[in-house]
Design a protein around this ligand. Structure first.
Ligand code: PHE
Ligand code: NA
Length: 499
């Protein structure tokens, strides 16, 4: 009587998991984070976080999804009735992320079109803010919808919801089997071109030169853990959902290692490509590489267009390939976050996939319009900042403390994974989940609250680009609390299915 959707092939599942993991975070977040936190020396905390938290939690989530065969809410409910709300909470945070992540992909679509004739001109920042976003409003104001964002945003949602509509095997799996190889090829072309540009070696030297004095700095470790969590899409209900579609016979541990190392390889590749390009840019304008380093929106939509302008040939083509790679990496991640709530709704209310896609995806698409307005960038920055600072680590901490300390499930899950996997989990896995990760994440959260909240409430030195810190923190906590409350309400609602 098993009617749950299933992946068609092992490669299909791995492509989908890698597709979720490899996203904007790899391309615009990792290079800047690594550079700011010790360059070459960052790899020590980064690898530690990968091996003691990233991959162990990935294995844990794969095992949970496989063993309990449910969306995150259903999986948590089957583990313990009282913990269903944690599943919904994670789903709702994914929901919030999907509302602004979709908008960044929409920008990238517009920019891939702009690349063709470099229509951003010489002043790439002015172009982004004025010509493209029409950001003529104050932070917190909304203004009107911006057509240049709205139209590609509609395309993003039509594509993603269309794929989810088709189902796990015929939709998500096929899309990832096409998008991910295409992404890898496009990205390799860009990186190979980038490292052969003038100045690329200076860029790489700046990126990799280790600053070992940073290793003892707590914030560097915080950055490493934050990067690993966000980058691997763990603690967001995603990997639980995807692994709930695995067939009974699946090598969980091996799949997790492939996903984890695949994502990190892509990250490293992006670091090399981005810093080669920054080295080129610095050489062109006769400044040091440190002066052109950036990350996030600024890197992708201001600095990269400027780099593309300077390219020694085929500018339009390379611009197009760069933004196309953002689009592909983003779409496969957006599919995975959106699937968390589609799966939650179908499990809980026994509605068809089509209805869940239409309802869940529809609401997300409507809310995403907020970020497609003139004031949208302020909201987007605020949401992204908050999720990265608090959301990722907080949910990860709650998850690990719950599974390892409160419900004491590490041993059970280990037995389950070992029965079907090639690589056997031993003391390293238990130690990571029972001791290292909860302690490090616990300390991290404590430190974040101490440092960040103090800074945030001090309007004089407010640390977030000078605008409305209070607005960000209150807005962020308001949304987080609302997600928790809705999660509790969802958990209290009656199940339509047997579950
Ligand atoms: N893992 C994705 C990235 O690196 C980001 C992401 C986070 C996607 C959370 C979905 C959910 O960009
Ligand atoms: Na990633």
């Amino acid at each position: 009587m098993e009617t749950r959707s299933q992946w068609g092939t092992r490669a299909g599942f791995i492509m989908a998991a890698v597709g979720s993991a490899v996203g904007l975070g790899n391309i615009w977040r990792f290079p800047a984070v690594a550079y700011e936190n010790g360059g070459g020396a960052f790899f020590i905390p980064y690898l530690f976080a990968l091996l003691t938290a990233g991959i162990p939690i990935l294995i844990m989530e794969f095992t949970m999804g496989h063993k309990y065969r449910g969306s995150a809410p259903l999986t948590y409910k089957r583990i313990n009735k009282k913990t269903e709300f944690i599943g919904w909470w994670a789903v709702l945070v994914s929901f919030v992320i999907s509302t602004y992540y979709s908008v960044i992909i929409a920008w990238a679509i517009s920019y891939s079109v702009f690349s063709i004739n470099l229509s951003w001109g010489a002043d790439t920042e002015g172009f982004l803010m004025n010509d493209f976003l029409h950001r003529t409003v104050e932070p917190g104001q909304i203004g009107s919808l911006v057509p240049g964002v709205l139209i590609p945003l509609i395309i993003v949602w039509v594509v993603v919801l269309g794929i989810l509509f088709k189902g796990v095997k015929r939709g998500i799996e096929i899309a990832n089997r096409i998008f991910i190889p295409a992404l890898v090829i496009i990205f390799l072309i860009i990186v190979i071109r980038a490292i052969t540009l003038d100045g690329a070696m200076d860029g790489l030297q700046t990126f990799f030169s280790p600053d070992f004095s940073k290793i003892l700095d707590g914030e560097v470790w915080v950055a490493a853990y934050g990067q690993i969590f966000f980058s691997l899409s763990i603690a967001f209900a995603i990997m639980i959902t995807y692994s709930s579609y695995l067939p009974k016979k699946s090598d969980i541990t091996n799949n997790a290692f492939i996903t984890g190392f695949g994502n990190s390889s892509f990250e490293l590749l992006a670091g090399i490509g981005v810093f080669s390009a920054l080295g080129f840019m610095a050489a062109q304008s006769g400044v040091g590489v440190e002066e052109v380093v950036s990350g996030g929106v600024g890197l992708a939509f201001v600095v990269f267009p400027a780099i593309i302008n300077e390219f020694p040939g085929l500018n339009g083509l390379f611009g197009f390939l760069f933004f196309a790679s953002l689009v592909l990496a983003g779409l496969t991640s957006l599919m995975s976050i959106t699937e968390t709530y589609v799966a939650g709704l179908t499990d809980k209310f026994k509605i068809s996939r089509s209805k869940a896609v239409l309802f869940g995806g529809g609401i997300a698409a409507i809310i995403s319009l907020l970020f497609a307005t003139q004031g949208g960038l302020f909201f987007l920055d605020a949401a992204d900042y908050f999720i990265n600072q608090f959301g990722v680590a907080l949910i990860g901490l709650v998850e690990v403390v719950l599974i390892a300390w409160i419900l004491r499930k590490v041993k059970d899950l280990k037995t389950h994974a070992n029965a079907i996997s090639d690589i056997r989990l031993g003391w390293w896995w238990s130690l990571s989940l029972n001791v290292i990760t909860p302690l490090v994440l616990g300390y991290m959260m404590f430190d974040l609250f101490r440092l960040n909240l103090m800074k945030q409430f001090d309007t004089e030195t407010g640390n977030y680009e000078g605008y409305a810190d209070i607005f960000i923190v209150f807005g962020g906590w308001f949304v987080a609390a609302a997600a928790l409350i809705i999660g509790i309400v969802m958990a209290a609602t009656k199940w339509r299915s047997e579950a």
